[in-house]
Structure formats: structure tokens, C-alpha cells
Design a protein around this ligand. Sequence first.
Ligand code: UGA
Length: 415
Amino acid sequence: MRISVIGCGHVGLVVAACLAKLGNKVTAVDTDGEKVKLVNTKVSPISEPGLEEILSKVNIEATRDYSPIRDSEIIFICVPTPSTEDGSISLEYITQATKQIAAVLKEEKGYRLIVVKSTVIPGTTEEVIVPILEGLGKRAGHDFGVCMTPEFLSEGSAINDYMNPARIIIGEYDKRSGDRLSSLYQNFNAPTLRVNLKTAEMIKYVSNAFLTTKISFINEIGNICKQLGIDTYEVAKGIGLDERIGAKFLNAGIGFGGPCLPKDLKALIAKARQTGYQPRILAEVLNLNNGQALKMIDLLKKHISLKDSSVGVLGLSYKPQTDDVKDSLAITVIDTLLKERARVKAYDPWAMPNFSKLFPQIEYVTSEGVLRCDAVLVLTEWEEFEHLDYKGKVVIDGRKIAKAKEARIYEGICW
Ligand code: UGA
């Protein structure tokens, strides 16, 4: 099929690359000229394992200009929907993109399908996107179709997540729209659920809200286990063997960060409140997470006084296999260390260039440099941290690094 993908961020590029790999003719549109140039020279503007290899083998036409989308049968919208001050999402980019699509399609004959893949609050596609598309005289369900299909890609495993999805959710304006999107997905071997637009939007938020709930739940259990001298990870293994509970997302630690989980949880809470409902579980999941990383500081203070001490930090990205530092809990921890006048030295295999834009005032060193500090905090579970020599050190571990237990003084955040 001929496909356009609007937005060359993490989601858009992975979608574009995978659809091209599957034999579709893909055009990628982004307002950022630098990104467009990189994609056209088959270089990935983001770090995602396997992505550049696909880009090197396929032919994606990247452009800043929307006009080539007129040749596409399906147009995916994959632009960001960032958080605003009150936790709700900003629709600035998605409305801009939709206006541009509407302007191009205004002059065209022939049915096109527009698919929202950006994460948007339930009701957005129907109440915001469709009216913009119809604003220039075309009719949804007649001149064009509309779907909303949420993405379930995790950074670091996004290519595999796209190629081997656990499920495909198709939110459809009408049957014709859903049929066209289904035909694109026909070779995927995954259960497919066809629902209306706002149900699809809600499924995305509830998936992420459930994952955050699981993490805050096991962190709370971990905090109790620590008081009782019980290893939370053994408890998690024990309960995870029950299929109704499941073993995944029960890794206790400093909590969840990153570009998606905190943002989506806040947006769902904000939307619920707007409707007049006060969500209690979701609000507590967020509260627990906000406090969890700071436990690292409390534990550290039991062993050293922070003022003028050197504190080493292992791990700055919000999780391993990415250089992404968006809402990384390392930000909360390092911010507090600096307020307490500690001298911070940090190491991360991939994320130091990104983190140094946020914190130019700390020192970036090797892992050995970190281990020479008065105390060490482990904030991301990079595999290489399993091979360091922690003997004789003071280590506060936020991510359960087995080798770190060899330290002279070792404390797990909740084990
Ligand atoms: C998350 C979801 O897992 C994806 O399914 C979803 O598509 C994506 O958001 C999105 O909405 O785009 P991602 O943010 O890439 O993916 O990363 P996760 O693997 O979910 O990790 C998020 C955070 O939770 C990390 O800080 C990680 O360290 C933390 N986490 C995860 C835990 O603390 N414990 C766990 O057991 C699992």
C-alpha cells in the first residue's frame, strides 16, 4: 500500500520503517528539517536497536512538505501530544498536522484513510480531529475514513513490538474505515479487536495506567518487605507464577519514568477530574511514584552526610537500551543531591549527552570514576553494571543489581 506517516519521532519512525520493510511505499513527513535529512540519508535520528538497519535497506521518502501525502491510501498521524502544566495533553501538534492533511486532501478526489496513532484522550479523534478534517468541505465516512489505533511500542524493543504485536486495536469511525486498516494488518498474527474511536483511545490509557499501577503496587509491597527483612524480588517471583497476576512489570525499584507512563497517567487523572470523578487509585499510583525515587536519598543519608560528599550515579536514562532521559527518575534524584550540596559524578552508557543538556553542572565520568565516589547510587539497570567491582564501596541500589551486593555497605531501595 501507499502510506504516509506524519511525525518522525520514536513512534512515527518505527511505524514508517516497519511498514516499509513489509513492502509498503512509505512517505514520512516531519517539520524538523534535520530529521528529514537524516532519514533521507538512511541515518536514524533516534537511538532504537535495529531501526537504522531497517532504514539502510528500505526506501522511505522523508519530506517537510505535506503535498506528497496526496498519493497515499493511508495517512498515519504520529506526532507528540506532550503534557501541559495541569497534566492534560497539548493538542497543538496534532491539530497542526491535521490541518495540513485537510488542506492537501481538500483538492483531491478518492477515498483516503486517516489513522490517529498519537496517544490522545478519549473523545479527541471524534471531537477534534474529525471536525478539522471535515472543515474544508469533505465528509468523514464518505470522502475519507478515520481510525484510531493505539501504539504499544516500548523503547528499546520497539521494532519487535511492532512486528510481533500482542494485540491490534482498531478504533473505527465506520466499518469501511476499519476494513481498510484491517487489510494493512492482515499478515500480522495477533488478536485484533475492532471498537469505536474513543474505546480505542481509552484502551491505550488504561494499558499504561495498569502498568503503572503494577509498578507502584510492587514498590509499595517492596517498601513493606524491606521493613520486614524480606526480599521483594522473591515475593514477586512467587506471586508472578500465578497466571492471573503474571510475572511481568513486578520489578520493584525507584519507580517509573520515561516519555509515556508518567504523562499518560497524569492525562487520565486530569481527564477523570474534568468529568467530575476523583480517581483515587490512579492518584495514589502517581503519589507513590513521586516519592519512591527520593527514598534513595533517605537511605544514602543513613550512611554519609551529603554536604560536600562525592556521590556517584550509575544510570541516567529512564530505562536501559535507550538514551532517552525524558522524565527519568535520575532527574529527581540528582536535583535533590545538588540541593543538599553533594558533588555529583554520573555515568550512563548512552544517555550522558542528553542528560548533560539538562544538568551541565555535574561531572560526567566513567563507571570507574563513579565507583571512586564516597557513595554510589544505581538508578538504571544497564547490563554492564552487573560486571563492575563494587567491593569496598557504599552502594544504594534502586534497580536490584546482583553484583552490587558485594559492596562494603549495600542497601536495596525496597529489598
Ligand atoms: C511504555 C509501555 O510499556 C509500552 O507498552 C507503551 O507503548 C509505551 O509506554 C508508550 O505509551 O508509548 P516505555 O515507556 O518505553 O513503554 O517503557 P517501559 O518498559 O514501560 O518502562 C517505563 C518505566 O517503568 C521505566 O522507568 C522502567 O524502569 C519502569 N519499570 C518498568 C519499573 O520500574 N518496573 C517494572 O517492572 C517495569
